[in-house]
Design a binder for this molecule. Structure first.
Ligand code: CAA
Length: 259
């Protein structure tokens, strides 16, 4: 597919998706959301991709939210369908078997933060501004913000951010565990790339099982979740990567996964 609003490239098993609507601060319109669905479906089927990086074009924004120009004259039914598609994108990110890293530069607001929360790891530049400002539009977050933010930062901080609509800087986002790391803006790409390379060299099946265990397990009762973890742990014994990892350890050499 020829993308209009995305740049997608795969190199050394790392697929980078750039949301490319710089003039609108990479706001998510329906076309972009549909392209993301197509792109993520492609990645899901690809045997080339071992890690995904998600970022926005330019240095001013990751994504400044859903495209507000699309809100005018919408009925509850038509807006519901649009945001259902955005929810689908975020669910797809979470369900991808490989790790997804969000590189957050500049504004990461509303649907942009909801999108970033679908990633497994969020790295922010010092210039990042994050928030759920929907309340200022007379709205609430609609693409998972009330739920994922509460689960990541706890209900107290989530309610403060959602009720006030006030944005926070990268330092505060790190303090409340919303991002994993904050780096100088000029280092963001290289830090994210290095992490992606590190993960791409890892055992992809075990990484998939680890993601599954964390994502599904945290939605279950702990007794069921640890039992599920045990089954996934045992399943890793069926994969060559486990044989390679153990053999490499016992023979004091670096493992070569995915062979
Ligand atoms: N939708 C559509 N266009 C947007 C946009 C958005 N979410 N955010 C920014 N833009 C556009 C602006 O309209 C402007 O376009 P023009 O040049 O054609 O006027 C361009 O991007 C640059 O933006 P600004 O001139 O506003 O830049 P700024 O530096 O003065 O301000 C900002 C930056 C604080 C991020 C401001 O643009 C802003 O507040 N944006 C809206 C943020 C927001 O409310 N996001 C939540 C959207 S609702 C949502 O996401 C719902 C959901 O949960 C699904």
């Amino acid at each position: 597919m020829e993308y209009k609003n995305l740049i997608v490239k795969t190199e050394d098993n790392i697929t980078t998706i750039i949301i490319n609507r710089e003039k609108a601060l990479n706001a998510l319109n329906l076309e972009t959301i549909e392209e993301l669905i197509f792109c993520l479906n492609d990645i899901k089927k690809s045997s080339d991709t071992r890690v995904v990086i998600l970022k926005g074009a330019g240095t001013k924004a990751f994504v400044a939210g859903a495209d507000i120009t699309a809100f005018k004259n919408k009925t509850p039914v038509t807006i519901r369908n649009l945001v259902l598609n955005l929810q689908a994108v975020i669910n797809m990110l979470e369900d991808l078997p490989m790790p997804v890293i969000a590189a957050i530069n500049g504004y990461c607001l509303g649907g942009g933060l909801e999108l970033a929360m679908g990633a497994d790891i969020r790295i922010a530049s010092e210039t990042a501004i994050l928030g759920q400002p929907e309340i200022k539009l007379g709205l609430i977050p609609g693409a998972g913000g009330t739920q994922r933010l509460s689960r990541i930062v706890g209900t107290g901080i989530a309610k403060e951010l959602i009720f006030t609509g006030n944005n926070i800087n990268a330092k505060r986002a790190y303090e409340v565990n919303l991002v994993n790391k904050v780096v100088p803006q000029e280092e963001l790409d290289s830090v994210v790339q290095k992490l992606a390379e590190n993960l791409a060299e890892g055992p992809s099946f075990a990484l998939n099982m680890a993601k599954e265990a964390v994502n599904r397990g945290t939605q279950m009762a702990i007794s069921d979740a640890v039992r599920m973890e045990l089954e996934l742990f045992a399943l890793c014994f069926a994969h060559n990567d486990m044989k390679e990892g153990v053999d490499a350890f016992l023979n004091k050499r670096k493992p070569e996964f995915g062979k």
